[in-house]
Unconditional design. Structure first.
Length: 398
């Protein structure tokens, strides 16, 4: 399959990306090349070495066609990307990207709604290595711009926030960072490149947890960072020095998931909208936090910048607190209780909105006590999911 099909629609690139005949032979998919050692023809061949780029057999840690095909497919999916580095988890990808753009003495700006382990990385490991983090309200551009100083070398963005769903003006945040000489890294797990082409919107490095939408079947953990040529080269070097590598078995599973990601996301997005609309009309719900829903917080920016959504959104309950929430959650039959999301099966996870939601405009938290639930809508029939929610609300009232 020829490279360079970036002018084709994203749905087509999901199918064609990374399928080079030199990697797949006559098979549709690249075989799982499980190997640590790559053999050389002769001592002269060994001495000649190999270019440090995907596509060259060198040693297992630099990958095989199985990992290269996945990285290549992800690069083709992301407009503006020249390469992709794979990591053993989404958190490892965030760490790999931040360690690439930062050095001791630097200041990092992190969006206040960042994924919790991102905060922990900034407040823990990065702090120990002499990097100062300042958190910013992603909805306040002026306050954000005022936080930059001489030492600010990077910003970490995430939109929507993966619990509280605030949508920020990423093109503006990235532009301000670029004007001040700082690199912008975005955690683009919620939308993926299908829903938010992050590099085209001005970000320098787009990170995804492939554990979620790309894997899609709750059976693997992996992360990626895609970037233009310059940042990609630096990401690659940093990942190599840290010894990051993903197994060819997992890469093969992720590639298999990627091929169907478009249809899965289209289904989950439509189902999530139907369910969020139903929830909005329920007396038990104070607030639906779903930027895809007209009238919901963040919808205007979402409609301006995003080309797609997914099945992940949250609600704040109106009354009853954590006891009522526990009765509701425990009564659900089709929604499992657990972390992660983006699998074929629906999930819920409870969280405390009062602690985490600081910026949702008009959120009427006074009427409830902030007991919130995040929903990940999977591939079940949405009417069955709604029936399940309805019986769980009945159980909550008893
Ligand atoms: C899950 C998640 C991650 C981390 O991914 P893992 O593969 O679980 O390490 C990062 N960002 C967001 C928004 C996530 O939901």
């Amino acid at each position: 399959m020829a490279k360079g099909g970036k002018d084709r629609a994203a749905g087509t690139r999901l199918v064609t990306g990374g399928r080079r005949s030199e990697w797949t032979g006559a098979a549709v998919n690249p075989p799982v090349w499980r190997t640590s050692t790559h053999l050389y023809e002769s001592s002269a061949d060994l001495a000649a070495g190999r270019p440090n780029a995907d596509g060259h057999f060198y040693y297992g840690r630099r990958g095989t066609p199985t990992q290269w095909a996945l990285a290549d497919a992800l690069t083709e999916l992301e407009p503006g990307a020249e390469g992709t580095v794979l990591y053993p988890s989404g958190v490892a990808a965030i760490a790999g990207a931040l360690l690439t753009v930062l050095k001791p003495g630097d200041v990092l700006l992190v969006t206040d709604n960042a994924y919790e382990p991102t905060r922990n990385l900034a407040n823990g490991f990065l702090k120990r290595f002499g990097i100062e983090t300042r958190f910013f309200d992603p909805l306040d551009l002026d306050a954000y711009a005022a936080l930059f100083c001489e030492r600010t070398s990077a910003v970490m963005l995430e939109s929507p926030g993966s619990l509280t769903m605030e949508v920020s003006d990423v093109p503006a945040l990235a532009r301000i960072a670029r004007e001040r000489g700082a690199a912008s890294v975005i955690d683009n797990t919620w939308a993926s490149a299908l829903g938010f082409p992050a590099l085209a919107h001005g970000c320098d490095i787009s990170v995804m947890s492939l554990t979620k939408h790309v894997g899609g079947h709750s059976d693997l953990m992996m992360g990626s960072a895609s970037a233009g040529a310059e940042w990609h080269a630096r990401l690659r070097l940093c990942a190599q020095q840290l010894g990051n590598v993903v197994s060819p078995d997992d890469a093969s599973l992720a590639l298999r998931g990627l091929r169907t990601m478009g249809v899965r996301l289209a289904h989950s997005t439509a189902a999530a909208l139907k369910i969020a609309t139903w929830l909005e009309a329920r007396a038990e719900v104070a607030r639906v936090l779903c930027p895809m829903l007209p009238g919901a917080p963040g919808h205007d920016l979402w409609a301006r910048d995003f080309t797609g959504g997914c099945g992940l959104f949250s609600v704040v309950l109106a009354k009853g607190g954590i006891e009522a929430r526990a009765r509701f959650v425990d009564a659900l039959e089709l929604f499992g209780i657990g972390y992660s999301w983006g699998g074929y099966e629906s999930l819920v996870v409870p969280f405390e909105a009062k602690r985490t939601i600081t910026r949702v405009p008009d959120a009427d938290l006074a009427s409830g006590d902030g007991a919130a639930i995040r929903f990940s809508v999977g591939l079940e029939d949405p009417d069955d999911l709604i029936a399940d929610l309805e019986q769980a609300f009945a159980a909550m009232e008893n």
